[in-house]
Design a protein around this ligand. Sequence first.
Ligand code: ADP
Ligand code: MG
Length: 527
Amino acid sequence: MMKFEQFDVSDEIKKAIKEMGFEAPSPIQEKIIPEILNKRDVIGQAQTGTGKTAAFGIPLLEHITKEKHIQSLILTPTRELAIQVAGELQKLSKFQKVQTLPVYGGQSIGQQIKSLNRGVEIVVGTPGRVLDHLNRGTLKLQNIHTLILDEADEMLDMGFVEDIEKILKQVNSNRQTMLFSATMPPPIRKLSSKYMTNPKHVTIDKGDVTAPSINQVYYKVLEKNKLDSLCRVIDSETIHLGIVFCRTKKGVAELAEALQARGYMADGLHGDLSQPQRDLVMKKFRESSVEFLIATDVAARGIDVQNVSHVINYDIPQDPESYVHRIGRTGRAGKDGIALTLVTPREMKHLRSIEAQIKMKVPSRNIPSVEEVVEKQQHVWKGQIIDLIENDDQGMTLYDTLVSDLLEQYPPEKVVTSLMKLAFYSRDDMNDDSYDFGETGAQKGMTRFFINVGRNVDLTPKKLVDEVSRLVGISAQSVGRVDIFENFTFLEVPEEVAPFVYEGLKYSRVSGARINLEPAKPRPKRK
Ligand code: ADP
Ligand code: MG
């Protein structure tokens, strides 16, 4: 394994790296730092969380001279990222005399101009605000030697391409240009061929991305129980900070509200929030006064918060790339991380294509039972109650009459237990038997389904069993009897997976045909 010592950079930088606790360069750092040190233009393509900031930051700082003018410009898509990148550079330059300034919209431009006039070597900014400064003449780019486009694909998504081109035209052509991006869509390639000189393309392929320190698990959940299933899962885990991903903005808003209503410290982050609102949510999350950040992929992109213990996919992502992006938010800096994914029957095919892409099987776990949740939460609840007993005597008097009434009529144990049920169980109204298939005439422990197609669509037992086993992730052997007739079929599956098979087969195609599925009616008993 390579060491930071081996890079040809100053002792001041090496000392700062050590203080930051980095043990060894990440794969992208190992490959790209020597190229940048050689003043080559580079394109660095790697997922979020792979250490791209230090990959350009370390050699950049090595190239900063004592001259008092702006030497480098870094463009980032958002204010969040500008602050983050500036912060990382400040840490890396702790033992050097280098000033780094973030500039972004929403902050007083006068203040920024003052700071710029005081003299800075590195400016990290969003394209809009940087352009603003260029137009005012408060920022000059004729003498910079390094230009960095960070999260280029994200800047593209946000419609910054024109702004970026305007900026690039004002930078002296005799410079080193670097571009970092998780993906390389055609417009980014075009940008790079137009504004970069013979760039070296460094890619960290997906195989390197799924860090082994991230424990991945999925839970089979039914569409209609999704929210309750999520609550059970989070109640049964020890979560420090969790990011919960939803597919849509609307989903984020709804889930955030639902979790808040159930007493979780949760808040949502999505594209419709104003910048100050976003900042406030992120601040609370960093300070842990919000424990669960509910977000869409876009809203959460590039956000780097240390110590995220769990990434939870409430909605499984459509494509494997965003799965890898998402789970990369945990397990940072060598710490353990846990990635939990809820998968409904309709979403099983997404899970399978993710598994194919990351080249590993994600193990499944059952949704915890109420008993497991209660066991796990006991000490938390106890703490909350003791806290109330010891610190809130004022609010108590309010209930004096009620308390003495109840205690007169019932033993204290009974009163307390009932109150606990009221307080803690009420959030868990998941109905375990959410499907009652009744008696289906199956063998013991099995459920029998009637399917409205048979040999007429060339259905074979193998085709059906394969579909079921793929769908619910059980072995072909544990699927029960299959009886195929000309126009219909009977299928038996283990009781515990029956609801999942039921929801799943309804949305899949068997032998090319959309099917209809119903619990079978028991055959009349022979006398
Ligand atoms: P990216 O830009 O690729 O999404 P970042 O540069 O934001 O990733 O880095 C993600 C996190 O990993 C940051 O907290 C950073 O301090 C940390 N990090 C970067 N390089 C290393 C390293 N070599 N060892 C340990 N942690 C690192
Ligand atoms: Mg980054």
